[in-house]
Design a protein around this ligand. Structure first.
Ligand code: 5GP
Length: 151
């Protein structure tokens, strides 16, 4: 997506440790016009798939995915059983237990996974693990920024 590439060049900054900071338009303040264009592109790419839900991981994927998001800790708000997995956070350098309530993922769900960044793929692998544990199917994965230079 040319629009996103141009925006990263204009407003993104590179921090130590290969971190691209895009908080002015992607994951702190959100540019909804840009998100709408990204949404149209994902809709085009997955138009032939029967998607019933979109899944992401908290927190910064939430804005672009607008859906069911995996939570990074068990909170009092989560009642009942959960699907869980472990994800090593690229930005926080620690391992999180990530959970999704069993109420929100079902075997008949066809899931599109959306996230803001793909670095080493840990977040993505964790989300795929959760979908597999629910017996649902992954129809596709959409990532805003793929850092192709990382493993
Ligand atoms: P991975 O699990 O693929 O190593 O890293 C993906 C996760 O780390 C994403 O959910 C994203 O929140 C965060 N992340 C990875 N690289 C960057 C980056 O360069 N900038 C920002 N803002 N977040 C990143």
């Amino acid at each position: 997506m040319k629009l996103l590439e141009e925006r990263i060049r204009k407003d993104g900054t590179v921090k130590a440790g290969n971190v691209l900071k895009v908080d002015s338009f992607l994951n702190h303040q959100m540019d909804i016009d840009l998100f709408n264009e990204m949404g149209k592109e994902w809709a085009r790419l997955f138009a032939d798939r029967k998607i019933t839900k979109i899944l992401t991981v908290e927190a910064s994927g939430i804005g672009i995915a607008c859906v069911v998001f995996a939570k990074k800790s068990q909170s009092v708000n989560i009642d009942g059983e959960v699907y869980s997995t472990k994800i090593e956070s690229f930005t926080h350098k620690r391992v999180y237990d990530v959970i999704v309530s069993k109420k929100f993922l079902h075997p008949e769900d066809h899931i599109l996974i959306i996230d803001d960044f793909l670095a080493n793929g840990c977040a993505l692998e964790g989300l795929i693990d959760i979908v597999n544990k629910a017996g649902a199917s992954v129809e596709g994965v959409g990532i805003a920024v793929e850092k192709g230079f990382q493993k």
